[in-house]
Design a protein around this ligand. Structure first.
Ligand code: SF4
Length: 337
């Protein structure tokens, strides 16, 4: 059916100005034309190094940040340019989970007032109704409902992220963008919070976009994964296929950094060390933006941008020389370019 969320050629360029007249002299191309869709009940992982534009993309979807171009459709409605006032009824449907639960929880408020704030704001319930609703939510996220009157500092990092998740769930959102939901947590706790997100998805029929810099975090939770590099999606596919047969050299490099068993049963992946740093999005390399760090780069990579092409069912990649690709892939890419 129709996707819950559709993103088409979405971009964000931040102007760089100079001089007294603040004339625009350049633009930071934080997000430079990304397209994807997310279906109801699905989880899309959005992965890449810091600066690749994944958080900016998440914030545009939530309409916390205006886009420079492109289109965002939510439940069939074009929300790209809706005024904040027109967005208000949609605010309940679109919620975000942040990386650092501590900084987003007011230290002087009790858990009860933090998690209950959305109810109070929307004047949905009486005070005793709010208390009951908050306690139900605390239970849902695995916290003790009796801890209603405690303060954030009385909880561990993992518990604080659970409080943040409870607050997010208060208004029964349709789509949740989780921006690095576990990267501030101890590795030992990360799996618990990821499992919680999965359980909640089943129970509440949630749809997620999970943003992470690390492929290991999104591996279990994602149905599909989009890999971003310097403002563009370089590969998007079913999660299993992405791990089993990554096509873009950058995805291969990211995967090689993750200590996970190879699903195809081969021996451990060879560690690929990327050369140099991520180039500045102020002046991204021409054509294939990855060419300055790619060990497979050839002359054409510096001249012609490889388009995102579907090389296997549901598996798109943007590379002139994809790996693990079916025969004829290079010709397919050349024809599309
Ligand atoms: Fe590497 Fe060329 Fe593919 Fe870019 S297009 S990822 S430079 S092989």
């Amino acid at each position: 059916g129709e996707p819950l969320l559709q993103v088409e050629n979405l971009g964000k360029h931040f102007p760089v100005t100079a001089g007294l007249l603040r004339r625009q002299v350049a633009a930071v191309k934080a997000v430079d034309g990304v397209s994807f869709s997310v279906h109801k009940g699905e989880t899309l992982g959005l992965v890449g190094e810091s600066g690749c534009g994944k958080t900016t993309t998440g914030r545009m979807i939530m309409r916390l940040l205006d886009s420079s171009f492109g289109r965002i459709t939510f439940e069939g409605q074009d929300i790209t340019k809706l005024s904040q006032q027109k967005m208000r009824p949609l605010r309940r449907d679109l919620q975000m989970i942040f990386q650092d639960p501590y900084s987003s929880l007011n230290p002087r408020q009790t858990v009860g007032s933090i998690v209950g704030a959305p109810f109070r704001l929307q004047k949905l319930q009486t005070e005793s109704g709010v208390k009951k609703a908050v306690q139900d939510l605390l239970e849902l996220v695995g916290l003790n409902p009796e801890h209603y009157n405690r303060y954030p500092h009385e909880f561990s990092g993992g518990q604080r992220q659970r409080i943040g998740i409870a607050r997010t769930l208060a208004l029964k959102p349709r789509l949740i963008v989780a921006d690095e939901p576990v990267s501030a947590l101890d590795v030992s706790i990360q799996a618990q919070v990821v499992n919680l997100l999965e359980d909640l998805q089943d129970e509440l029929d949630l749809t997620y976009v999970v943003i992470a810099h690390d492929l290991s975090v999104v591996r279990h939770i994602s149905d599909r994964i989009a890999v971003m590099y310097l403002g563009k999606i370089v590969e998007i596919s079913d999660g299993h296929d992405l791990y089993a047969a990554p096509m873009h050299p950058y995805t291969n490099a990211l995967l090689s950094a993750v200590p996970i068993p190879d699903p195809a049963g081969r021996r451990g992946r060879e560690r690929i060390r990327l050369q140099g740093d991520v180039p500045s999005p102020l002046d991204p390399p021409p054509a294939c933006r990855f060419h300055t760090r790619c060990w497979k780069a050839q002359d054409i990579c510096k001249r012609i941008e490889p388009p995102l092409v579907e090389l296997a069912p549901g598996h798109q990649t943007a590379c002139h020389f994809p790996e693990n690709a079916p025969a004829g892939a290079t010709e397919l890419v050349a024809r599309a370019a």
